[in-house]
Ligand binder design. Structure first.
Ligand SMILES: [Zn+2]
Length: 206
């Protein structure tokens, strides 16, 4: 909606019903910038000796991996503490960025609606930065481990006060479950390899 042509110039506070296209465009631009700052890979992070771009999620996840690595080293307590502090700062800064994006998006939506326009969805597509991809592949591994545990435990831990399935189920049914367990094992191996996680079968059910 354009300002009425007869409106007096120089009025600082225009009434709500005269929101201009420029007002909407500025709010949209503001929201886009805030969303970009919050959710896109704009941070330079050193990964495997090279600098890559990561979003806040990827950057923080990567910092946790660095922290785990440092914690495994001898006499690295001081360094681990400084990385942990850095992570806390990053979490606060990222939360500020997420809050700012949410506010700018809702401000834009309100201004667009007040101007009689339908606000665009300004959400960014799911991030594919190295940090997010690493985090996703690790998550796939943990989901695969969880699925395997569930199958194995379903055989030995009863749902209620019954005896375990392994004692009461038909042999054919047990074979079906064992087949699923074998598939689940293969999936654990596949996802571990993809996520570069060293697989230790002795700890998988702990
Ligand atoms: Zn990312």
């Amino acid at each position: 909606m354009k300002r009425k042509s007869g409106a007096a110039p120089g009025i600082a506070t225009a009434p709500l019903n005269s929101i201009s296209d420029t007002d909407v465009a500025l709010a949209r631009q503001n929201a886009l910038q805030a969303v970009t700052a919050a959710y896109t890979p704009i941070h330079s992070v050193k990964l495997d000796g090279e600098f890559v771009s990561m979003c806040w999620f990827g950057r923080i996840d990567n910092a946790f991996s660095v922290l785990e690595f440092i914690k495994a080293q001898p006499d690295a307590a001081a360094k681990a503490e400084s990385v942990a502090k850095l992570i806390e700062t990053m979490r606060q800064d990222s939360q500020d960025a997420f809050n700012a994006a949410t506010k700018a998006q809702s401000d834009y939506a309100a201004i667009a609606l007040a101007a009689g326009k339908t606000p665009e969805n300004l959400d960014t597509p799911q991030c594919q930065c190295d940090g997010c991809r690493n985090a996703n592949s690790r998550q796939q591994y943990w989901l695969a481990v969880e699925a395997l545990r569930k199958i194995v435990f379903s055989l030995i831990i009863p749902q209620d006060k019954d005896r375990p399935l392994l004692a009461i189920a038909e042999t054919d049914d047990i074979l079906i479950i064992l087949g699923k367990a074998r598939e689940a094992i293969e999936n654990v191996e596949k996802t571990a390899k993809f996520a570069a996680i060293p697989l230790d079968w002795t700890t998988i059910y702990k």
